[in-house]
Design a protein around this ligand. Structure first.
Ligand SMILES: [Zn+2]
Ligand SMILES: [Zn+2]
Ligand SMILES: [Zn+2]
Length: 410
């Protein structure tokens, strides 16, 4: 809870933020925009949507540093939705901006998993920024490592390995390194490497005390010659800019290709898996088109031509003469039996309807059992259900480095 006003801090030290603002009230949305205008770090963006459902949809396809949710008074339904949010939308911090001054609302907001609860009335940009900073565990330093000496750093000498992240998202050639020190927000390593060959964003594997390698995405902010090595100082990337963020490794239904795929390029994913860094976890198995592997729809249809347009023929059983034939043969001015010629037959008394066979209206097929027919939404290919290919859907994990755990044990 951050109900009290936090002291303003310089904003130049913070990286640009990507915020999502969910607010139904257009006036409140505009107010917030004006409140934040001068406060946010340069190049920050605030996207606005007007309801939670829309917000959830946006969060499914984009990564934000934090979400601001405006609530009207006594809006408990939205708090329930936020609870759903905090379980659905991994770790995006949520800050509730409430029009409700009731203390109980703040308590409920806390229970919903929101990182902070602020009152809309009298809201200042500094308050919001303070809450954001707390929620995101943002540490301020002006981009140069010496500034980080203000916060605790711990000497830590252990084996590490740098994996450059290439422009196409694939891992580059591994570079052996040794850690020098670590803080909650960054790490310094030594490597015998031409700095030109080390891109700004790399994955760093650190051998932890249990001898397992754990990984963090690091942005190098500082390279300094420390003969015979180079000292690389970097900050941990936690969200928006992390090419290996969980949101890029979770399969989604891609509406363009009509397949399940991860936002990260499949070839890059395979490369990281081959290096043993991404761990695949089977999350689903879906039936896909045998021709193009896109998602089909399935229906009961004609086993001969695959058409869904089939109909049941109706039979009539004439009790008196025991004749059974297609209902059409009994049709006329009145229902009359084609065999014994009896007319004016009454259903129930003289005859009954029986279910006959199924006919395909698009081909000559006529039998009893329909088949499961798939039709590909992408290429239109029609096929028997059993021809569909079972495709495994994987999610990927990186064994993440927890700098705090490392510090505790260093
Ligand atoms: Zn297909
Ligand atoms: Zn047919
Ligand atoms: Zn008859």
């Amino acid at each position: 809870m951050a109900l009290e006003q936090l002291p303003p801090e310089p904003t130049a030290a913070m990286a640009a933020l990507r915020l999502l603002h969910i607010e139904a009230d257009d006036v409140d949305a505009l107010k917030l925009k004006l409140t934040l205008r001068e406060q946010l770090p340069a190049d920050s963006t605030v996207d606005h949507v007007s309801n939670l459902d829309e917000g959830l949809e946006v969060l499914n396809s984009s990564v934000y540093d934090a979400v601001l949710v405006g609530l009207a008074a006594a809006d408990t339904r939205s708090l329930d939705t936020i609870k759903h949010f905090t379980t659905e939308v991994d770790d995006t911090p949520i800050i509730v901006l409430s029009g409700d001054t009731d203390q109980r609302c703040a308590v409920r907001a806390g229970r919903s998993g929101a990182s902070a609860f602020l009152l809309k009335s009298g809201l200042t940009g500094a308050q919001i920024l303070g809450s954001l900073r707390q929620a995101m565990h943002v540490h301020t330093y002006d981009g140069e490592l010496p500034e980080r000496r203000k916060e605790p750093r711990y000497t830590l000498e252990t084996t590490a390995v740098i994996y450059p992240i290439e422009d196409d998202g694939k891992p580059g050639r591994e570079i052996a390194a040794t850690t020098a020190d670590v803080s909650e927000s960054g790490i310094v390593v030594l490597a015998d490497q031409d700095t030109d060959l080390v891109p700004d964003i790399c994955l760093l594997g650190v051998q932890c005390p249990d001898s397992v390698y754990r990984y963090a995405t690091v942005e190098w902010r500082h390279r300094r010659l420390a003969l015979p090595s180079v000292r690389f100082g970097g900050r941990f990337l936690r969200r928006t800019d992390d090419p290996l963020h969980v949101s890029r490794l979770t399969p989604r239904f891609d509406t363009r290709s009509l397949r399940f795929k991860t936002p990260m390029d499949a070839a890059a994913v395979q490369e990281w898996v081959a290096r043993g860094i991404l761990q695949p976890v089977l999350v689903d198995r879906v039936k896909v088109c045998p021709q193009c592997e896109a998602i089909p729809t399935f229906r009961d249809g004609c086993p001969a031509c695959g058409s869904a347009l089939t109909e049941n023929s109706k039979l009539i059983h004439h009790f008196a003469c025991a004749h059974i034939a297609d209902a059409a043969e009994f049709a006329g001015e009145s229902v009359s039996c084609p065999k014994c010629r009896a007319g004016n037959l009454v259903v129930g008394a003289d005859f009954e309807h029986l279910a006959g066979t199924r006919n395909c209206t698009e081909c000559e097929w006529n039998d009893t059992n329909l088949a499961m027919i798939g039709e590909c939404l992408k290429c239109g290919h029609r096929f028997h259900g059993q021809e569909a290919i079972d495709k495994d859907v994987f999610e990927y994990y990186v064994d993440r480095l927890d700098p705090l755990a490392l510090i505790d044990r260093a």
